[in-house]
Design a protein around this ligand. Structure first.
Ligand code: C2E
Ligand code: CA
Ligand code: CA
Length: 278
């Protein structure tokens, strides 16, 4: 069929225009949201597969906007990255999560590691290491309890600078985890010279184990290879007992997912921890 190029053009330019409008609206609202404290954090427990103990939590940001309703992070994080708002937002996330994590150390629950997502843009921020040192000092969180999650995409463009910064952070005692391991189109060579403590097995590989033979092969191979490299693994998005059994049998260290707990507010987590401790 013959297509009308002009209409296509109008269609696409309208789409682009709409996208730009949505983007602009999110951007102006996000600036306002930071001032109005419309963001909050939720925390998802991470469980050791041998002991069944909660060993850590991942902080995840939420935006409940007065004007726009609930906006998922997959929508506003990319815009925050493009506009540079990720820096003030990221700083707020770091400070808030560290402050919160200190209060958990005063419960009778064993020490919990706090995992925070760092965006690629934050890793390019000139004063990142100083900022983190300052926040740790202000809040009193021991660096050993902080873990930073980064995606493999940093090793595509800014491998040298990222390696340097991650090395400095690790020197401080902070742990480094690779988020969504195996999904980032980067070569595996970074595993040889980048300071890493843990890899997170992406949800897309976990979803169809133990039924899908390809995913079974991939997850087995990831665990075997990273163990040989001296790294630990945590599986994400674990929703069923069959997934959990498979991961435990294959020696995966930790897991995180709805099967155990959904992300929750700090207050709820406190109740959850005190129940888990008894
Ligand atoms: P992510 O870091 O891979 O986070 C895991 C996502 O999986 C979270 O979605 C979490 O709520 C969800 N999840 C956890 N367990 C399960 C499960 O069993 N089943 C299913 N289907 N999903 C599960 P969320 O909170 O919507 O976050 C989406 C993404 O947004 C995150 O992916 C991360 O890339 C980004 N993000 C979230 N919070 C932050 C943050 O504070 N800073 C930065 N830079 N990015 C963040
Ligand atoms: Ca993450
Ligand atoms: Ca992930």
């Amino acid at each position: 069929a013959k297509r009308d190029g002009r209409n296509d053009f109008h269609f696409f330019s309208k789409q682009i225009q709409q996208k730009a409008m949505v983007r602009h609206r999110l951007e102006t609202n996000m600036q306002r949201a930071l001032r109005l404290e419309e963001f909050h954090l939720v925390y998802q427990p991470q469980v050791n597969l041998c002991s069944g103990q909660i060993v850590g939590v991942e902080a995840l940001v939420r935006w409940q906007s007065d004007n726009l309703g609930i906006i998922p992070p997959c929508e506003f994080i990319p815009i925050a990255e493009e506009t540079g708002l990720i820096r003030p937002l990221g700083e707020w996330i770091l400070r808030t999560a560290c402050q919160q994590a200190v209060t958990w150390q005063h419960t009778n629950h064993p020490p919990l590691r706090l995992a925070i997502n760092l965006s690629v843009c934050q890793l390019g921020q000139p004063n990142l290491v100083e900022l983190i040192v300052k926040i740790l000092r202000e809040t009193g969180l021991p660096p050993q309890l902080l873990e930073l999650e980064i995606t493999e995409s940093v090793f595509m463009k800014q491998k040298e600078s990222a390696t340097l910064i991650l090395g400095q952070l690790q020197q401080l005692g902070i742990q480094i985890a690779i988020d969504d391991f195996g999904t980032g189109y980067s070569s595996l060579s970074y595993l040889k010279n980048v300071p890493i403590d843990r890899i997170k097995i992406a949800q897309e590989f976990v979803r169809d184990i133990p039924e899908d033979p390809d995913d079974v092969a991939i997850v087995q191979a990831i665990i075997a290879m990273t163990s040989r490299l001296g790294l630990k693994q945590i599986a994400e998005g674990v929703e069923t007992i069959d997934q959990l059994d498979f991961l435990r049998q294959h020696g995966c260290h930790d897991m995180q997912g709805y099967y155990f707990a959904k992300p929750m507010r700090a207050k709820q987590l406190m109740d959850f921890l005190s129940k888990a401790a008894t």
